[in-house]
Design a binder for this molecule. Structure first.
Ligand SMILES: *Cc1c(COP(=O)(O)O)cnc(C)c1O
Length: 549
């Protein structure tokens, strides 16, 4: 039986709230006290007047006033229901969760969107397989998708639901335009977003990346992306320059006007604060815990600790939502690199970015100062008033401190730890030498921090977020005992990143095959090699050239 709970106050005041059965369990009921089947969305800062539907929330992305969309309640599954997930193929598990939320898309459409999102483009039919290591540790491999990073799990499904949402709103007369998505990326997001939005009806996408600021593999992945609704530009500058120019484009009234009149388009973004990206991530935690329950590895009495390499806090927040929907999850271990603002926050309750110097690391996808999705956790634990005040402080003072009772709840569920750059490379090497399992730097960091902080009596699941071949140079450093940032040893110094993938295979027998699309990347034609100057004008001209082509 599916149970829903009043989410807003549930975690703090769980005993005060009455659980009501949802209509999904008894579709013929006419009982007026039943909650409606569809879960509506409100915002983290208490600024929107009426809750919105799933499709409205994902099309808007950010809530009016700057908050993030959050569900007004959560579905809740008991152990029996979760164990039933195990017999479904992965795409049906995703569909199952979307139905439990009562998303406002036709069920037939939803089924085919999920089947399409988790289909042939994955190199493992299980989509997110679990690999067992020694000492009660398992790894959830989230890199079997078309760009070999975990963002594919969200960015294969999200653009499909996004496209269907536009179609729905157009049919209902709520929207007259198609959308043009602008993405500023420092790495994995660009290629995963391009792959997800390529040829999706009613959508177009342009990606801007810092020329010289992404790896050769990442650049080629983007530059060779097929599709008629997309373009890619390098920007002479760093990631902030890209992001600022994209923001300027969104706020350029004249550009928006020309977009509408000349191409019938409207700007949109697809960043990781969109609820449409978080939902698919909850699926793999429900799915993984269902499988581990079925084998008897975990039970409601003996839950699982989960370690996640964390940047924007999206992936680990999805695990928290899965836990509060009933998955038997214990501690959530938040693994950081040398840019450890999150580890410090989870320890002290103080989020402070005033004097943080940014360092480069072998885990670039975690090099983040403001973890946007943390706002959702603060809302869930402390409510919209407190959340809005803290976000305001962060904007003005670059710092906020949560109250003692919120910190106590956070510490009850989360623990944070971090690893140095050379510690990360050592972790890759140790894991390979001890267990013949080769990991990318992000995943190895999470294994190491997870093993250090896990509860002794519980199994540990680690989210593995990228395939090692995407980070071949640092994996080569790890396997040859070379320090982070140092020149590669003579035998490797002249190799391209593509050559290094094969060198790694020689260095680490049993490390597995290189995903086909990465192995073929060096031979794929580059469609996009334009590099534009930094600044709003060049980005505006790039947008105009795209719509005029
Ligand atoms: C994006 C990314 C992360 C960080 O995930 P968040 O959801 O931002 O916390 C970790 N590892 C890899 C490889 C990534 O691409």
């Amino acid at each position: 039986m599916l149970i829903v709970t009043q989410n807003r106050d549930f975690y703090v005041h769980s005993t005060l709230k009455k659980r009501l059965p949802c209509q999904l369990a008894c579709p013929h009921s006419n009982d007026a006290t039943m909650l409606p089947m569809s879960i509506a969305f409100t915002d983290t800062r208490g600024l929107i007047k009426a809750p919105v539907s799933f499709t409205e929330a994902i099309l808007a992305g950010l809530a009016p006033g700057g908050g993030l969309f959050v569900p007004t309640r959560l579905p809740h599954f008991d152990a029996q229901e979760l164990s039933e997930l195990r017999v479904l193929p992965y795409h049906a598990r995703a569909e199952w969760l979307y139905r439990a939320f009562g998303v406002d898309l036709e069920s037939e459409a939803l089924a085919s969107l999920c089947a399409d999102a988790y289909g042939e483009q994955w190199d493992d039919p299980r989509i997110a397989p679990i690999r067992s290591l020694a000492n009660g540790t398992s790894v959830l491999e989230l890199w079997h998708g078309p760009t070999s990073a975990f963002k594919d799990l969200a960015l294969q499904l999200m653009p499909r639901t996004f496209s269907a949402a536009i179609k729905k709103q157009r049919a209902e007369g709520g929207l007259n335009h198609d959308v043009l998505i602008l993405v500023a990326t420092s790495g994995d997001t660009g290629s995963a977003a391009l792959s997800g939005f390529a040829e999706r009806p009613h959508t177009n996408i342009i990606v801007f990346y810092p020329a010289g600021g992404v790896s050769e593999i990442q650049r080629r992945q983007m530059a060779s992306q097929a599709g008629n609704n997309l373009a890619v530009f390098g920007v002479e500058g760093n990631f902030d320059d890209c992001q600022n120019a994209v923001k300027a484009a969104f706020n350029d009234a004249e550009l928006c006007e020309r977009l509408t009149t000349e191409a019938n388009l409207q700007f949109s973004s697809a960043n990781s604060i969109n609820w449409g990206r978080l939902m698919p991530q909850i699926v793999y935690y429900l799915s993984a815990t269902a499988e581990l329950c079925a084998t008897g590895a975990i039970t409601p009495e003996r839950p699982l600790d989960i370690a996640v390499p964390t940047g924007n806090f999206g992936n680990i927040l999805a695990a928290w939502y899965a836990k509060h929907m009933g998955a038997p999850i214990g501690q959530l271990i938040c693994a950081s690199n040398e840019n450890k603002v999150l580890a410090d926050f989870l320890e002290s309750g103080v989020y402070d970015i005033r004097d943080r110097l940014f360092t480069t690391t072998p885990t670039p996808s975690m090099d983040i100062l403001i973890s946007s999705n943390l706002e959702r956790l603060l809302y869930e634990l402390a409510g919209d008033g407190a959340c809005a005040a803290w976000m305001d402080e962060l904007r003005h003072e670059k710092r906020f401190a949560v109250d003692a009772s919120t910190l106590a709840i956070i510490k009850n569920e989360f623990v944070g730890g971090w690893l140095s750059n050379d510690g990360t490379l050592a972790a890759i090497r140790r894991l390979y030498e001890e267990q013949r399992y080769l990991c990318d730097p992000h995943s190895a960091l999470a294994v190491e921090v997870g093993q250090r902080l896990r509860s002794a009596d519980r199994p540990l699941l680690v989210a593995a977020t990228a395939h090692w071949a995407k980070f071949a140079p640092d994996v080569t450093r790890a396997l040859t005992g070379t320090a982070y940032g140092a020149e590669l040893p003579a035998d490797y110094a002249a190799c391209s990143e593509f050559d290094l993938m094969h060198k790694v295979q020689e260095l680490a027998p049993g490390s597995g095959r290189i995903p086909t699309h990465l192995a073929n990347l060096a031979n794929r034609p580059e469609r996009f090699n334009a590099v534009i100057p930094a600044g709003a004008n060049a980005v505006r001209d790039a947008v105009l050239s795209f719509i005029q082509q």
